[in-house]
Write a protein that binds this ligand. Structure first.
Ligand code: NAI
Length: 337
């Protein structure tokens, strides 16, 4: 099997090459992300491997299919960037890595929350300049606060558990599927509206679907508790960024920690420190003292990258051998929630 690996970074090369020792596939590492314009690069490959910001829309998939690609292997969990119906119509099977390390993302989420809430990132930049003053660094205890977890799947459940059992928060949860284990430790399932109105901290862990797009919008922000802290390590478009900026300007938001951003494609994963970044919304977000951003980094642990490499190539091996694909994702699985 020949696999065109789009949007390759040093860590992708390292961990996919290590996982490939068990398979011996021909891996073509491409710097370019997948788009309709770059899909031609996969010509002659049976599989294409993509990540979160590659654009696998109908136009790109058509070119991939014409070039011989029969399998699209997502080296990530989310699949909102893939036109699954088009893939199916073109005879391209789509597989993903449903869970490579929920711990990686959940631990990073807690890290972001603590850093934001206790001003650790600001303290570090001060101390490096020998500024040891504490003014402006007053934080809040997590203990006793009301935290709302939207989506208690693999990642959200770990976050809810850490907040409830570890920090002693009052935890509200919203998910069409109730986790009885979480209820047993005192996590309370409520309607999403109630959660978003009552929580002092909201952390997002549901997938991006038509039903969850902009689940935090102007209306939700207006009804939320003053000083709300928002953490998003799921997908950027769960939040209406323009509405968030407006609420931040009105000083109604306590803080925001984002590992994902609505328009992150074409910006995240690249070093743009010497470039003029044209995204004014992103640039405005970065000016707020109570906004902490990272560039889609929550998954980035040795354990997760090892699991991603192994699961991705196991799916390719299953496909090549004509076996069933346990990690296959089909249009039927994307139901508006
Ligand atoms: P999961 O599939 O285990 O859990 C998602 C949960 O969301 C499920 O329990 C589902 O029932 C629930 N859900 C669906 N619609 C909902 C709605 N309308 N309201 C509330 N809950 C809803 O997925 P997992 O592994 O926990 O990942 C969650 C998300 O995290 C992924 O969709 C992905 O976008 C994101 N992610 C981000 C990473 C990063 O590096 N920042 C890395 C991995 C995943």
């Amino acid at each position: 099997m020949r696999i065109a690996v789009y949007g390759t970074r040093s860590y992708d090369r390292r961990f996919l090459t290590a996982a490939n020792a068990a398979h011996g596939f021909e891996l073509s590492f491409l710097d370019a992300p997948l788009s309709p314009a770059t899909a031609l690069l996969a010509q002659g490959h049976e599989a294409a491997c993509v990540f979160v910001n590659d654009v696998a829309d109908r136009a790109a998939l058509e070119v991939l299919a014409e070039g011989g690609v029969q399998l699209l292997a997502l080296r990530c969990a989310g699949y909102n960037n893939v036109d699954l119906a088009a893939a199916e119509a073109l005879g391209i099977a789509v597989v993903r890595v449903p869970a490579y390390s929920p711990h990686a993302v959940s631990e990073f989420t807690i890290g972001l929350l603590l850093a934001l809430d206790r001003r650790i990132h600001r303290a570090w930049s001060r101390v490096r300049e020998n500024n040891f003053a504490l003014d402006g660094l007053v934080g809040r205890n997590l203990h006793g606060r009301v935290a709302g977890v939207v989506g208690t799947g693999q990642i959200g459940a770990l976050v809810a558990r850490a907040l409830r059992a570890g920090f002693g928060c009052e935890v509200l949860a919203s998910d069409p599927v109730v986790d009885a284990g979480l209820e047993a430790i005192g996590v309370r399932y409520v309607e999403r509206e109630v959660l978003l109105r009552e929580a002092e901290i909201v952390t997002l862990h549901c997938p991006l679907t038509p039903g969850t797009r902009h689940l935090i919008d102007a209306r939700v922000l207006a009804a939320a508790r003053p000083g709300l802290v928002i953490v998003n390590t799921s997908r950027g478009a769960l939040i209406d960024t323009a509405a968030l900026i407006e609420a931040l300007k009105q000083r109604r938001i306590g803080g925001v920690a984002l590992d994902v951003y609505e328009q992150e494609a074409g910006v995240f994963f690249d070093d743009l420190s010497s470039e003029i970044v044209e995204d004014d919304v992103l640039q405005r977000l970065l000016t707020f003292p109570n906004v902490l951003m990272t560039g889609h980094q929550a998954f980035l642990t040795e354990e997760a990258l090892t699991a991603i490499g192994e699961t991705t190539l196991r799916s390719v091996a299953d496909f090549a051998a004509g076996r069933s694909l346990p990690n296959r994702i089909t249009p039927e699985q994307v139901r508006p929630a």
